[in-house]
Design a protein around this ligand. Structure first.
Ligand SMILES: [Zn+2]
Ligand SMILES: [Zn+2]
Length: 442
């Protein structure tokens, strides 16, 4: 990445790309780019107002009722065909352009997190919600407030260009990206099951996520971008005894300790380290008193992988390692996994194809990095990518002048969206949709 630049003057946007991309790859004319730029700038005050409203009224996964109504009312006002109640609170809007063409989808996620906001913003959340039976504070600590506002803004910009659009644009506002509450289903997987990618059926999908990176920059890579995530649950059962007579029972704390250490060795010594993998045991619960060796212990953790074969292999090894160690002690281990989502894998051809759109949206080629390293967080955008080619892009929302070391990461109580970056996000959505439809006129 080079230094930060502001958006260039109106003239010669295509020239920004000269020498970098073959002219045949250009999809949008300078006039189109200028029209998008002007419309996104006009839209920006509304996008900021929506974002602040949503930020002040955050809703947990599968409870995005107010947010969904805001979205649906807006899309209906724009004249879109609107379906509500998809996967619970999800909203799907369809904009049919005035010219024949293909179908492309744009996606935003609507849910907030059980986090006590500490940003001190005038529109900071004071909301509470119910999460797994407990009353919790709720905040948009992952930037989904901005995602919703940006896609609402993009819908308005595109609706204003409707007559000239060669094809159809599907706007997907989904619930529960962070995962549904325990015992519920939700998110992208259920959106797909309930027809978000049907009638009309898009042939490509794009999504944007705000991230702790320099403001207004766009980041992505072809191929695996974000990890598959599996929860690990291990329940151990031994035989309770006095802490002074361990041989009269089965030391389940000793068993669990060996399993934790052995699992770290599975990750570091048994797996091909050229493919990234993270195996974390994050909780270890056992016992109530210093002189009682308890009957049971439970371990939970997370597994992050980027390769389907490696994922299956390491899961089998986790099961074998835990069970064999428990067996050696005369204890038992019950191992289970809860899948949070597959690998977010950017279609390589589509990722290459959209690079000019992103450079135009960001305003200069050095504001776009198309070769970042994969990241070990996960995204349920992957479920759409299992159906159709898709590309997921990160948008930098750290304010200028704040170092990356000091910037609060996503899910921190201090996380905030640098609002001017949302204008880049709106342009990105719009240019991705227009660029794709222009290139796939059939
Ligand atoms: Zn998140
Ligand atoms: Zn998120």
């Amino acid at each position: 990445m080079g230094g930060l630049r502001t958006f260039g003057a109106a003239a010669g946007f295509a020239a920004l790309l000269s020498g970098l991309v073959a002219p045949s790859a250009y999809a949008l004319s300078d006039a189109q780019v200028e029209a998008v730029r002007a419309a996104a700038a006009r839209e920006q005050p509304k996008v900021v107002a929506w974002r602040r409203d949503i930020h002040q009224h955050p809703e947990l996964a599968n409870s995005e009722v107010r947010t969904a109504k805001l979205v649906a009312d807006h899309l209906k006002k724009l004249g879109l065909e609107v379906r509500t109640g998809v996967a619970g609170t999800g909203v799907v809007g369809v904009l049919r352009g005035g010219k024949p063409g293909g179908v492309v989808a744009l996606r935003a996620d609507m849910d907030a997190l059980p986090v006590l906001e500490a940003t001190g913003l005038p529109f900071a959340s004071r909301a509470t919600g119910t999460f797994n039976g407990a009353t919790v504070p709720v905040a948009h600590a992952c930037g989904h407030d901005g995602h919703v506002a940006m896609l609402m803004g993009a819908a308005e910009v595109l609706a204003g260009m409707k007559a000239d659009i060669p094809g159809t644009i599907v706007f997907i506002f989904q619930p529960a990206e962070e995962g549904p509450p325990a015992g519920q289903r939700g998110g992208a997987q259920v959106m797909v099951e309930q027809g978000a990618l049907a009638n009309p059926a898009p042939t490509a999908i794009f999504g944007i996520h705000s991230l702790k990176q320099p403001a207004n920059t766009l980041w992505y890579r072809p191929g695996p971008l974000m990890a598959a995530a599996d929860q690990i649950h291990i329940k151990l059962k031994g035989k309770q005894t006095h802490g002074a007579w361990p041989w009269q029972g089965i030391d389940i704390v000793g068993v669990g300790s060996q399993i934790v250490t052995a699992l770290h060795a599975v990750a570091s010594r048994q797996m091909d380290v050229r493919i990234p993998l993270v195996l974390t045991i994050a909780t270890f619960n056992a016992g109530v008193r210093y002189n009682i060796i308890p009957e049971e212990a439970s371990l939970t953790g997370t597994l992050r992988t980027f390769d389907a074969a490696q994922r299956a292999d390491v899961k089998a090894r986790i099961v074998k390692t835990a069970k064999d160690i428990a067996d050696a002690w005369g204890a038992t281990a019950d191992v289970s996994f809860v899948e949070s989502g597959p690998v977010t894998r950017n279609d390589p051809a589509l990722a290459d194809e959209i690079l000019p759109d992103l450079r135009l949206a960001a305003g200069s080629s050095d504001m776009v990095d198309n070769a970042i390293l994969p990241t070990t967080v996960s995204e349920d955008f992957s479920y759409y990518q299992q159906q159709i080619p898709g590309v997921f892009v990160f948008l930098g929302v750290t304010p200028p002048g704040v170092s990356q070391a000091d910037a609060p990461p996503n899910h921190s109580p201090m996380f905030d969206t640098y609002e001017p970056a949302m204008e880049v996000g709106v342009r990105t959505h719009v240019m991705l949709a227009l660029g794709y439809l222009e290139r796939h006129r059939g």
